[in-house]
Design a protein around this ligand. Structure first.
Ligand SMILES: NC(=O)c1ccc[n+]([C@@H]2O[C@H](COP(=O)([O-])OP(=O)(O)OC[C@H]3O[C@@H](n4cnc5c(N)ncnc54)[C@H](O)[C@@H]3O)[C@@H](O)[C@H]2O)c1
Length: 350
């Protein structure tokens, strides 16, 4: 039985608790949050026996093999390094850190300690993206020349997930001084992982980030509303393919929409997670004839949570690991630099 503790018991911790409860050989034994009321309610709701209000205390006293770090972004780096020093396996929420240097430090510390490490790129739980990666690796799409990908949300213009104006859960995401690097690091990170999973990493990016004026003014309470809300990226992949990738919090009526289109010279694929997590559309060419779009059932794939627990059991590190998290972090850093300088930034040589 793998014994696990959750650190940070806000919105996303619910998905973690439900996932660990559903995995047979995993026991959720501890929860920790600096907000005592929140962690007590969370522990009661999810029947978690041990409750802590300090990470250091949980690391020292709880009888756990692994920790899930589900705090806001700025705490991922210090809390992960402490967990590694305490000998724990770590599943850290995305983004792994606030910058490439910190993410690489986490990657190197995890490797040196020999612990299982994973970053929660949740949309890999879609079997469609796993199957698309297999098809690309098998050469079924031929040469891919263009990639189009987006991740659209609209909680700044709709109350699907509550009123952002009065909720710290949403307000810290809009504020640089609360550790947010904007929509690109918050959810753009998922579409960057998604788009570069089948093709390999990015060689270079040119990116435009924008923080839009809000009717509420530039500040709500302690939260300055200064982090980017939209990002538009033109990317070149190490394979030579060109990509257009965008993400925003203003794309009403898209609540949480991810889409990836890959255009190859033998076949093209479209994945639309609003339609299905387990199906993709493929259009294969026969000679110079275009075939009809075909829907491919991609079956099931283990979730990141299941991969994490299985990796601890077998000792075999699965993906997405900290090295992948650090690579994506280097793309994010390049996007910020590009937006600041209005220049194309090289990431990996082609
Ligand atoms: N993988 C995904 O699809 C996905 C989805 C949503 C959020 N996230 C990530 O999950 C993380 C948490 O997001 P959220 O929406 O749950 O935020 P949240 O603000 O709702 O909850 C964060 C919780 O962490 C607690 N906390 C802060 N500092 C702490 C510390 N030092 N020790 C212990 N607890 C601490 C806060 O009190 C709060 O209860 C973020 O990094 C976010 O990017 C990932």
């Amino acid at each position: 039985m793998i014994r696990i503790g959750i650190l940070g018991t806000g919105g996303m911790a619910l998905a973690h608790a439900q996932a660990y409860h559903a995995i047979e050989n995993c026991e959720l034994v501890a929860a920790c949050d600096i907000d005592a009321k929140r962690v007590n309610e969370f522990a009661l709701k999810h029947k978690i026996p041990e409750i802590y209000t300090s990470a250091a205390e949980m690391y020292e006293k709880a009888n756990i093999d692994a920790v899930a770090i589900v705090t806001p972004d700025p705490f991922h780096h210090p809390l992960t390094l402490e967990a590694i020093a305490a000998g724990m396996h770590v599943l850290c929420e995305k983004p792994l850190a606030l910058n490439k240097a910190d993410a690489e430090e986490m990657r190197d510390a995890a490797k040196a300690a020999g612990i299982i490490n994973m970053v929660n790129f949740t949309y890999r739980n879609s079997s469609a993206i796993q199957r698309a990666s297999e098809l690309v690796a098998a050469g079924e799409l031929g040469t891919i020349r263009h990639v189009h990908a987006f991740y659209h949300q609209s909680w700044l213009v709709h109350d699907y997930w509550g009123d952002w104006r009065s909720s710290p859960t949403w307000l810290w995401r809009l504020s640089k001084s609360h550790g947010s690097a904007g929509v690109i690091n918050d959810v753009g990170i998922h579409i960057l992982d998604f788009a570069s999973m089948p093709l390999g990493s990015l060689a270079s990016v040119h990116c435009r980030l924008k923080c839009f004026e809000k009717d509420e003014g530039p500040q709500i309470g302690e939260y300055k509303l200064d982090a980017n809300d939209s990002a538009v990226i033109t990317a070149e992949f190490t394979s030579g393919a060109l990509g257009t990738i965008h993400t925003t919090r203003w794309a009403y009526p898209h609540q949480n929409s991810l889409r990836l289109d890959l255009y190859g010279d033998k076949a093209s694929i479209e994945i639309d997670l609003d339609q299905s997590f387990t199906e993709l559309k493929i259009n294969r060419k026969l000679g110079r004839k275009s075939m009809d779009w075909e829907t491919l059932d991609c079956g099931q794939t283990p979730t990141v949570y299941e991969r994490f627990i299985r990796s601890i059991e077998t000792g075999e590190q699965d993906q997405p690991d900290f090295a992948r998290g650090a690579d994506i972090q280097s793309i994010l850093d390049a996007c910020h630099e590009s937006s600041k300088t209005d220049k194309t930034i090289q990431i990996h040589p082609q």
